[in-house]
Design a binder for this molecule. Structure first.
Ligand code: ATP
Length: 217
C-alpha cells in the first residue's frame, strides 16, 4: 500500500508553514510500500500532528492523505478499523497504554485483536520482552512502569500485530542507547519479515536504520 500526502496543511499551523516552508507540508509526496521513512523536525513543528493525520485520528487539515489513491475520508468506520487491525500499526508519542491493564495485557490487546490465531506467538512476545529487558515487568500494571519501560511495551505491542505500515512518533525518546539499538533491531526484523515500511519522527538525525528517505518537516 502506498501513502500519498497531497498538499497536506494543518489548519492551526498554516501561517507558520507559509512563512517557513517544509519538505512535507503543502507538497505532493508518495511514500512507497516498504520504505523506511524518517521525518526530522524541531519540537513544536508538527511531528505528532502529522502522525495523527496519517493514522486518521485528527482531521483539522486541508489537502488529503490517500492510501493506494483513496482518501481517508472515503473509508467507512469498519474499513478504518480493519486498516488499523491489519495494515497500520503505531507507537504514539504518549504511548496510550491502558493503566488498569498489565504490561502483558496491553501487548495482548493488539496481538489477539484479529480473528483466528494470534498473529504473533507467545514465545515471540517473550523473546521481544527479553531483548528489551522488560520481561520482569510483564505482570505489573502499566501505571507502575517507568516511562522507558512503557515505551518498550508500546513498541512490542505495535510489533505483535499485522501491518504493512508502522508509524512511530519519537519512539526512542526515553530509551538508553543499548535499549534503543535493540528496539531498532526488532523493528527492522519485524518490518522486513512483513515487507512493511515505517514512518519514524524524531527531533534529530538517527542512525538506527538504513532509511530510504529523509524529510525535514
Ligand atoms: N489541536 C491543536 N490545535 C491548535 N494547535 C495545535 C493543536 N495541536 C498541536 N498544536 C500546535 O501545533 C504545533 C505542533 O504540535 P505537535 O505536537 O504536532 O509538534 P511536535 O513536532 O510533535 O512537537 P514535539 O517534538 O515537542 O513533540 C505546536 O505549536 C502545537 O502547540
Amino acid at each position: 500500500m502506498n501513502i500519498q500526502l497531497d498538499h497536506l496543511v494543518p489548519i492551526p499551523l498554516r501561517d507558520k508553514i507559509k512563512q517557513q516552508g517544509s519538505e512535507v507540508w503543502d507538497r505532493a509526496i508518495t511514500l512507497d510500500a516498504g520504505q523506511f521513512v524518517k521525518i526530522k523536525a524541531p519540537s513544536g513543528t508538527g511531528k505528532t500532528t502529522l502522525v495523527h493525520y496519517l493514522y486518521n485520528i485528527r482531521y483539522d487539515y486541508s489537502g488529503q492523505v490517500l492510501l493506494d489513491g483513496k482518501a481517508w475520508a472515503g473509508f467507512s468506520k469498519n474499513e478504518v478499523a480493519s486498516l488499523r487491525q491489519q495494515q497500520i500499526s503505531i507507537v504514539f508519542q504518549d504511548l496510550r497504554l491502558f493503566d488498569q491493564l498489565t504490561a502483558r495485557e496491553n501487548i495482548n490487546l493488539k496481538r489477539t485483536m484479529h480473528p483466528g490465531q494470534p498473529y504473533c506467538t507467545e514465545e515471540r512476545v517473550m523473546e521481544m520482552a527479553d531483548a528489551l529487558q522488560v520481561l520482569h515487568v510483564l505482570q505489573q500494571s502499566a501505571k507502575t512502569l517507568s516511562y522507558g519501560e512503557r515505551q518498550r511495551i508500546a513498541i512490542i505491542r505495535a510489533l505483535t500485530q499485522p501491518f504493512t505500515w508502522l508509524f512511530m512518533d519519537e519512539p526512542f525518546s526515553h530509551l538508553d542507547a543499548a535499549n534503543a539499538n535493540r528496539a531498532a533491531q526488532l523493528i527492522a526484523v519485524e518490518c522486513n519479515r512483513r515487507q512493511a515500511g515505517f514512518v519514524l519522527t524524531d527531533l534529530d538525525a538517527d542512525t538506527h536504520f538504513d532509511y530510504h528517505v529523509h524529510y525535514h518537516l
